[in-house]
Design a binder for this molecule. Structure first.
Ligand SMILES: *[C@@H]1O[C@H](CO)[C@@H](O)[C@H](O)[C@H]1NC(C)=O
Ligand SMILES: *[C@@H]1O[C@H](CO)[C@@H](O)[C@H](O)[C@H]1NC(C)=O
Ligand SMILES: *[C@@H]1O[C@H](CO)[C@@H](O)[C@H](O)[C@H]1NC(C)=O
Length: 251
């Protein structure tokens, strides 16, 4: 009895210590189907494929059409176009990078990972794309390392990438089969995830000695989401109706 009470108290305290606190969600103006937050600001793509940058509270149109995904990295903004061609730039000038990719993510330490149409996985080595083992439909590269989801909604972590390390890492490690995740975003001792139905979760208990964390915790009070990104304490997300939401989290 005494033992279990101590255990409950410990779990409560540990829960508070590890917990992530979301504040009131704030809705931004406009509609986007995809958003990214990073060292080079907040970027978005609407349903028409128009690329925008958030300046203060308003979206500035950067380019009219043909954009598929964007990632605000440490040194460059990386983006894919609907024809799967690749762009890298500072926001004003864009360079074409060879290859054909569907989604790219650049971390703040410039660790760039990507997936192509066949769900093959690539890492940019500074010169070109090197393929790694496995298949993922979506990938994230950030402070909690490289994580991804498969087309069957299984979540994976790339060992030794915790801390945004410049490495190809070890062999993919299964994190979970349920909830069936469709999108993951790697933050600081935190991974956010969206399940197939649009529910938002965070991975609890991530730290240097336990980079895969302990469990998924569902976040209440947010609409069903399509996509999410996190940079330090800033969370940006789009819901299933393309409304844009932001939150500042506390650890
Ligand atoms: C991605 O997949 C296509 C086939 O769908 C393949 O031809 C291509 O080489 C792959 N890699 C890149 C970086 O485009
Ligand atoms: C890609 O980069 C690696 C490492 O620098 C190099 O060994 C390889 O030849 C390059 N491949 C192509 C196709 O350029
Ligand atoms: C990492 O987290 C685990 C459980 O979530 C905890 O037991 C451990 O003390 C933590 N380690 C560090 C270095 O914070």
């Amino acid at each position: 009895m005494e033992h279990s009470l101590t255990k409950i108290l410990f779990l409560l305290i540990a829960g508070i210590a590890n917990g992530v606190k979301f504040q009131q969600w704030e809705r931004l103006e406009g509609k986007m189907k995809h958003v990214s937050v990073g060292a080079l600001g907040v970027w978005g793509i609407n349903s028409g494929g128009t690329l925008f940058r958030l300046d203060g509270k308003t979206w500035t149109q950067i380019d009219p059409s043909g954009w598929l995904t964007v990632s605000s990295g440490g040194e460059y903004i990386w983006a894919t176009r609907t024809d799967h061609s690749i762009r890298k730039g500072d926001g004003e000038n864009w360079q074409v990078v060879s290859g054909g990719l569907v989604q790219i993510e650049a971390s703040r330490k410039n660790n760039v990972w990507a997936v192509n149409r066949s769900n093959q996985i690539y890492r940019y080595n500074g010169i070109n794309w090197t393929m790694t083992s496995g298949r993922l439909q979506q990938i994230t590269s950030g402070a909690s390392g490289v994580w991804g989801t498969t087309s069957g909604h299984v979540t994976y972590y790339r060992p030794y990438t915790y801390g945004d390390q410049e490495t190809t890492g070890g062999d993919w490690q299964v994190i979970s089969v349920t909830p069936p995740m469709k999108w993951v975003a790697s933050g600081d001792d935190l991974v956010l995830a969206i399940d197939r139905s649009g529910n938002l979760y965070y991975r609890n208990g991530i730290n240097v000695s336990q980079p895969t964390g302990t469990s998924w915790v569902k976040v209440e009070g947010v609409p069903l989401l399509k996509q999410v990104d996190v940079y330090y304490s800033v969370v940006m997300a789009v819901d299933t109706e393309d409304n844009i939401w932001s939150n500042i989290i506390q650890y």
